[in-house]
Design a protein around this ligand. Sequence first.
Ligand code: EPU
Length: 345
Amino acid sequence: MADGQLPDFVLRDVELSARTTLALPGRATLLAEITAADQLAQLAGSGGPRRCILGDGSNVVLSGDFDGLLLHMAISGRELIGEDDQAWYVRAGAGENWHQLVTWTLEQGWPGLENLAWIPGTVGAAPIQNIGAYGLEVADRFLSLEACDMLTGKTRRLDRAACRFAYRDSVFKQQGWHLDGRLAITRVTFRLPKAWQALTGYADLAAELARQQIARPSAREIAAAVIAVRSRKLPDPAVLPNAGSFFHNPVVDAAVGERLASAYPKVPRYLQADGRVKLAAGWLIEQSGWKGRDLGRVGMYEKQALVLVNRGGARGEEVVALMKAVQADVRERFGIELFPEPVFL
Ligand code: EPU
């Protein structure tokens, strides 16, 4: 793509703050509104400006201006593409809103995504960081995805194994494909098993269902309970800009978990399948004195210390300064390293 011959769906000098939920300032030199997969082939090839992929911007920290081409994935569409004795198979465009997809599947009578209700962002972003909540990850309901290889312009299909899913991780993050714009996810197919079982083991969700006196919840009741819990704990980006959990929950060796538990008997610990232990970053941050505390125009949210919020008018540098201060205090107090969850542009 040579400059001067830009297709009409490529915009110049685009303000980005309203396109990310942390609402940090920054401009993109070029931004392509991608509403159909064949537009990507027109932009493919080596050379040209630096590329990066953007969905709803709900997991993005803007460090400043972006000198390159942002591919804003806005491909729509959702359909049942098949059904057998075992499952329903649902395909959705990368630009579809995630929560609307969850709601739509539940309305159709296809349960399975209810624990992931009310998560911000797009369908195309969901597999990149393997979104998860209340005991379920998107990997658990994922069948395959289609993506455009931005070097060749050809379509690639990745199944579950090829995506190499892990906790808030996938091959896209492992290879940096979302950051260098190498593979642009265009459509995702989900497998929703007919042998549905309610997943209500997560403490907050179980407590909410008990509060509502629901002993045998339907999928739609679980979604409603998830929405109630999330709305209580997580700030609405339209009111208080944020990017959800700002750090990963650290996964540590069992011995580190034991050491912490002997010093802090109440430390939340979640045993992993491999014998390691997941700790709650929100707890570590709260114990380090950062819950509800600000640094400049950013702070750690008063109802959920894992969420970094923009109190108004903050810049990318302020986010980085707070991130480093929190990391340093948690490191000093607990000897544990916190790693950011959002993507830095
Ligand atoms: N906690 C505190 N203080 C806090 C926050 C949490 O002590 O300020 C403690 C809680 O009391 C609880 C534990 O930490 O014992 C875990 O807290 P919570 O259940 O709120 O979940 P989380 O670990 O903070 C994770 C995900 C969320 C997801 C929830 C529910 C990550 C990084 N975050 O948060 O995902 O919604 O579990 O499953 O894994 C996201 O990724 O953006 C996100 C919101």
